[in-house]
Structures are given as C-alpha cells and as structure tokens.
Design a protein around this ligand. Structure first.
Ligand SMILES: [Zn+2]
Length: 343
C-alpha cells in the first residue's frame, strides 16, 4: 500500500510525504498513537517509499523493492518484534524457542540491529529498521538504542512504533521525530474488523461499538460472546413481566464477580441504548451500542421512557460500584434486577 492510500491519518501522511518529497528523511521517527491507528501499516508504506526503485517519492507497489518490503524480505530493512509477536505472526514456531515466549524486546536484538545498520546498504540508498511496540524494549535495550540514536549510522532510518510512548525513556523519545497518529474512527475500526473477520457490516459495527472502538478489545470478542450478550439483553428487557427472571439471573451469574460484572455491564450499555432511543428514534440507530437490537431498544424506550431507562442504568452502575468495593456479587446483582421489577 503506498503512503497516499493510508486512510484516516492525513496529518501523519502529509508529514512523511513531505519528508520524502524534499529528501529530508529523519534518522529516527516515533510513530505514537492509540491501538488500531495503523501505525505499522503507515511505517510499512513509508519504508516501501524509501525502498522503491522508481523515481517518484511515493511507492509504486510493483517494483522489486516495494514487493520485498511488503513480503518482509528486503535485505536492507529490519523488523524488530518481541517473541510473542513473532509467534503470533507465525514468523517463528514454538520449537524455535527455548522457554516461554517473551513479551520483551531485548538488548541482544538491539545490538544486532546496531551492527546491521552499520553495514552499507545492499540495494537501497539507506537502511531502515522498524521497532514494533517499542515500549516493550527492556531498560538495557533502550539504553543500547540510545547509543544508536546519539550517533545514527549514516544513511539509516529508524522507526519506533508505540501505543504507549510514555513508557519509553525521555532521552529516547527526544531523539526521535514524533509523528502523532489520530485514534481510528469507529467506522474505520468496523471496516477493519469486517475485512479481517469476514463479518457483514452490521456485525462488524456491533463488535466495534461493543469494544468502544478499541481494535485490540474488538479482536477478542467472539461470536459466542455476541450471542451471550443478546441473551442477557433479551432476559433483562423482559424483566418487567417476570420477577422470577431477576432471581434466576442473580442465581446464575451472581456466583462469581466476573459473571455479575459482565451481566451488569451489558445491562448498563443496554439501558444507555434504551434512554437514547426514548429521546430520539433516529439516534437509536446511529448511536446504539447494541446496534443489532436497535428496534428492541426503540420498543423498550416507548414502553417505559427515558427517565425509567436512566433509573435502571443508575441501578446497574451502583451495583457495579458496590461489587468493585468487594460487595457480594449475587446480592448486588439481584438487588439491582429486583428494583427494576419493583420500583
Ligand atoms: Zn516501487
């Protein structure tokens, strides 16, 4: 993907494209921004532009240089990843490791990088390296990197990627040109989820909303959890007609703190939707968390109105608060549910 096709990050793209165009590429960059902002895709595009064999400043995507960067096999480009990350991407197998895979980026990896950067590039005009989740570097690794940053090898560009840049040593941060990435829009997260998990747009939007737009959380939401959420919403929505349901839910999910909290969190977001739907039907479709049940939320909103939805919302929040302060999960879950039935 060339830099010009990176979506939703016009500012970052403009700075990097300007550097390429004016041949003022920095020795070190820090790509900082939240999870899901596609910092790594942008780094790949930037490195591709550096490696492209055509004359234009952006990547052509078709030459040998571009293709090798895309495939991760360019001899002048180094990617630094933790063992956990390499395992996840199937770059190594479990049998390649002696112990448990490490989440850290270690000093040995940085030393190796240092010696690679000191060699003359084979194909490109400059050598490039990308450190993914740079905040995973151990303190010794960061200190080793600091030496590289203090005396950058001629014709080299380092890109540090991080969603938690504050974890990095200030001295490391201050020697990098910082490029800030904007949080991804809900729509961008939904589109990415749809592509990755082959979900239809409605399901992808639902997962994006449930995760609050956090792509890492979204990746962990399973179809089973989606179904469970639906069952909980239906049970809670039908409470006014059946008090026994309150006790049954309390018994079933009050056994553990996790269970009670999950039910109360689902209920909280559900009554949020109902309150919104009671105020505005069109908002219910655009702003609902449980976007697949917007019709149900509209019906519930008509049935008991915004004030009652908010009262129930408050009951859930109070119960969650009490449980977080070590209150009995079953007692507080039951109490909240019963007070929905008997105001
Ligand atoms: Zn190219």
């Amino acid at each position: 993907v060339p830099l010009r096709d990176i979506a939703n990050q016009p500012r970052a793209v403009a700075i990097l494209a300007g550097a390429l165009k004016n041949d003022r590429v920095s020795h070190a960059y820090l790509f900082a921004g939240p999870e899901g902002a596609d910092k790594e895709g942008c780094a790949r595009a930037f490195v591709q532009a550096l490696a492209c064999e055509r004359v234009s400043p952006d990547a052509c995507g078709a030459c040998d240089g571009c293709r090798r960067v895309a495939a991760g096999s360019h001899p002048d480009v180094t990617w630094i990843l933790s063992e956990v990350e390499r395992l996840e991407r199937k770059l190594i197998g479990r049998s390649d490791l002696e112990g448990a895979p490490s989440r850290e980026i270690k000093i040995g990896q940085i030393r190796e990088l240092q010696s690679r950067l000191s060699l003359t590039p084979l194909v490109m005009r400059r050598k490039a390296a990308v450190i993914v989740d740079a905040d995973r570097m151990t303190a010794p690794a960061q200190n080793a990197l600091l030496k590289v940053l203090e005396e950058p090898p001629a014709g080299s560009t380092l890109i540090l990627i991080s969603s938690a840049p504050d974890v990095l040593l200030p001295t490391v941060r201050s020697r990098c040109t910082r490029i800030s990435f904007a949080p991804p829009t809900l729509r961008a997260v939904a589109e990415a989820i749809g592509r990755e998990r082959k979900l239809d747009p409605e399901a992808a939007t639902l997962v994006a909303r449930l995760s609050g737009g956090n792509s890492r959380l979204a990746a962990g939401i399973t179809p089973k959890e989606l179904e469970f959420r639906k069952q909980v919403v239906v049970a809670i929505d039908e409470l006014p007609r059946d008090a026994r349901m309150a006790l049954r839910l309390g018994e079933e999910f009050g056994e553990s703190r996790d269970g009670a909290e999950t039910v109360l969190e689902i209920a909280t977001s559900w009554f949020h939707d109902v309150a919104v739907a009671a105020s505005s039907e069109s908002d219910a479709r655009s702003a609902s968390v449980h976007v697949d049940m917007a019709d149900r939320a509209v019906a519930a909103g008509k049935r008991f109105g915004a004030m009652e939805a908010l009262r129930r919302y408050d009951l859930c929040v109070e119960a969650l608060d009490a449980i977080s302060r070590n209150g009995s999960p079953r007692l507080h879950l039951e109490h909240a549910l019963l007070r929905m039935v008997y105001p």
